[in-house]
Design a protein around this ligand. Sequence first.
Ligand code: ATP
Length: 465
Amino acid sequence: MTQDGRMEKIISLAKRRGFIFSGSEIYGGLAGIYDFGPRGVELLSNLKKSWWKANVYDKENAYGLDAGIFKHPRTWEASGHIGGFSDPLAECRNCNARIRVDKELAKIGVTADEKMSEDAINDLFDQHRGEIACPSCGKKEFSRVRAFNLLVKSNLGDFTSEGADPVYLPGEACQGIYLDYKNIVDSMSPKIPFAVAQIGKAFRNEISPRNFLFRMREFEQADTQLFIRPHANKHAYETLKKDRWSWFLSLGISEKRLRFKQHENLVFYAKDAWDIEYEFPWGFDEVEGVHDRTDYDLSQHEKFSGVNLHYTDPETGEKYIPWILETSMGMGRVFLAVLCDAYCEDEMDGETRVVLKLAPHLAPVKAMVSPLLKNKPELVAKAREVYAALKKVVPQIAWDDNGNIGKRYRRQDEIGTPFCITIDFDTLGEHPDLADTVTLRHRDSGEQERLTIADVAERLRAAVE
Ligand code: ATP
């Protein structure tokens, strides 16, 4: 997958240490579906908390939402997903592997417009057929390109299969915000500009799920929709882009591996569109879209539902359909970016170690507590006491008394635990000045300090905020 095998190492660590499992693995797996294991779910939940804080709690005029997964079938007509949510697919004539033609063209530097007709993309593909090899078998013979709709169908409430409109799983989570826009205005009386934030599931029949969590068939999107006055987009859009950039930096992601990239081809209603890209082991790729969408979404839903979605300004009485600035981010992609950025192999105490240099507020375990020796009951009893006391301060504390202390440190380094706390004979008062102190070891430097238990509690509290 990558020259230095970095991606394979990250995938292997993610499984071995309980972050990510392939979905339905005992049945041979299900392409594009992954499960978050005990450590993965903690990291994911920390990411979500950080996102929610930045987009709801830290804002004056932002509202949270958790809309149902299923939506009325008309939703996807109004949004354009039934007619236009498709990817160009071709099949390898030799091994039947399916390729996404726009992505394969992009690899050789050719851009296919998102809105190209089937004939137009076939013409473009024909010009470059000789340059594109099948990623599975290497042959260069493909079928004609056809548009493949990505919506996943369900049979919710369809007991007869006759005449019922198909119900779809959401191709994007943000539609829930548009459908509840009127309810939010009516119940919360927000003043424009205001934002609605949601973390929700999305499903896409991706032609070739790949790159681990990067392209899945079931994933979570964290979206904000900022409702603004018509034409008040310029300054607000720039502020939003800066805001999102700062959030990615707050995750501890290295700035040199992030970049903004402007869309070359805009859909007809959009004023502007930028992606935030992260440099994954295979190169820069999209983690979030920041889109200036005008009044398109609400106008479409007003037209299709027949319900008035105009906003009435409480002071002037003016009525208008708000314009929308959107941010849409894949949680799995950000999770993967965080893992890739944190993964590190370095030298410590004359050994090579694997360490996840996760920001403390994201780490699944904040500290590991252990007695220096496992066979000294008085040390174990004191260490248990410290473990219980610290767990009340920060719940994500681990206990480990297996193997020697060096091995315990290495295990915690691999899962990104920022601190290890060791209880020794000095803690018990062998050296009276040091009674009730412990050693606190720092993951990244390996440095150790002697601190009172109360100071350790304070350090932990401050580090994970
Ligand atoms: P791509 O061009 O990579 O298919 P997109 O432009 O279709 O992505 P959007 O529709 O803008 O993506 O979705 C918003 C965000 O949702 C993306 O920035 C990405 O982080 C996430 N996302 C989209 N598709 C997937 C997927 N199949 N698996 C995981 N995350 C995804």
